[in-house]
Design a protein around this ligand. Structure first.
Ligand code: FES
Length: 91
């Protein structure tokens, strides 16, 4: 049985109708994406983390994002973008 059976699934298109979800805004502000291949998964994982924990630590972020591999090595910008959302854009 699928792990997603009988569960709600949100895609990147469902995150925000206009691309203005705070995670998407932070991603653009900090130019997180490089090639972009992994970024949908990264954004969705970041949004899920922030929905569960408004102010995650670096360890929280590393644990939550560990299922997403970025061959371009954008991990530092991903972490910065998540902190930016968690601090309301002040970091
Ligand atoms: Fe290229 Fe992550 S931005 S794989």
């Amino acid at each position: 049985m699928s792990a997603a059976a009988d569960r709600a699934v949100t895609t990147i298109e469902g995150l925000s109708p206009d691309g203005m979800h705070p995670v998407q805004v932070a991603w653009r502000d900090l130019n997180v994406a490089q090639c972009g291949y992994c970024q949908v998964g990264q954004i969705m994982s970041a949004a899920a983390l922030l929905a569960q924990k408004a102010k995650p630590s670096d360890d929280d972020i590393d644990a939550a994002m560990s299922g997403n591999i970025c061959r371009c090595g954008t991990y530092q910008r991903i972490r910065a973008a998540i902190h930016r959302v968690a601090t309301g854009g002040r970091r």
